[in-house]
Design a protein around this ligand. Sequence first.
Ligand code: ZN
Length: 278
Amino acid sequence: MTEPEDASRRRAIPPVICYPTATLPRLSEVQVARARAGWRKVDEVRVAPRDAAAFSAKAGQAFRISCIEGPQVGDLNLWNPNDFSERFYSGKTRALHGTHVTEGNRLWSSFPGLRPMATILADSLAWYGMDPFGGAVHDVIGTRCDPYTKTLLSGGQYHHCCHSNLTRAFSDATGKSILESEAYVHDVLNVFMCTGFTRDTGQYFMKASPVRPGDHLDFLAEIDLLGALSACPGGDCGAEHSSDTAACFPLLVEVFDTDLTPDWIPSPVNGYDRSHGR
Ligand SMILES: [Zn+2]
C-alpha cells in the first residue's frame, strides 16, 4: 500500500488532549490535609495470595492497600453498597487522568453517577514515574486476569484469576450467587502493577513490579464503598499470570477514620438530565 503524498504532513499534526482537566473538580488542599490527619484504624482485611477479600469504607474514611511480605500486584474493584450498579469506571478514569494513576487522581464511577468514588491521597511508588520502556505503576488499562482469556489462549480451567477471585469475594460479601456476582465484577485498578504499551506493536505489556514490603497506596473514600481486592496469581506480574507458577504474597487493606470523616459530604451524582435529546 502506497502512502499519500501528504502522509508526513498528516502525521506531523500535533495531538490535543481529549479531556483537559483544568475544570475537573478536585479536593482542596484543606480537604487533603484533613483526610491525611488524625488516622485511627477501625478495620483491617488480609488478602490471601491467589484469592480476594472484600472490605467496607464509609464516606470520609481512608483506606490503605499495603504490600506486606513480597512484591505483589492487586486488582481492585469498588462499588456503591447502596446501589451496586454504581461501580468503578476504569475506562473513564483512564480518559480523564491517563493510563496510570497516582496522588491527587480520582477514581470515577460509572454512568449515570460519574462522580468521584475515591481520591488517591498518597502513593509510595510515585517516585517510579515512567521507565524507558514506557512502563508505569497502578494502571487503569488492563482489565483483570480472567479464566475466559486463559481458556481462549491456552485452554484448561483455572479458577484463581482475579476475575474469579473478585467474583467469590463479592458473592461472600453480598450473599448473591456466583453467577449473579460475576456480572458486578468490572475492570480494575491494577494496584502496584507495572505496565505499558510496546512502542512498536502497541501491545499491553507487564514487567516485574517495583513494589516492596512497606509500599502502600492510600485513598479517601468519597462515597460509602464496598471494595474487593484480589492478590493476582501473577504475583509481581514479572513473568506470567493465570497460573500457579509465580511466587505470590498477601496484601493488606486497612480502613481508618480521619479528621475528615465526621463531616464529609459526598459529591452529588452527575448533573446531566438523561433525556438524551428526547
Ligand atoms: Zn490478576
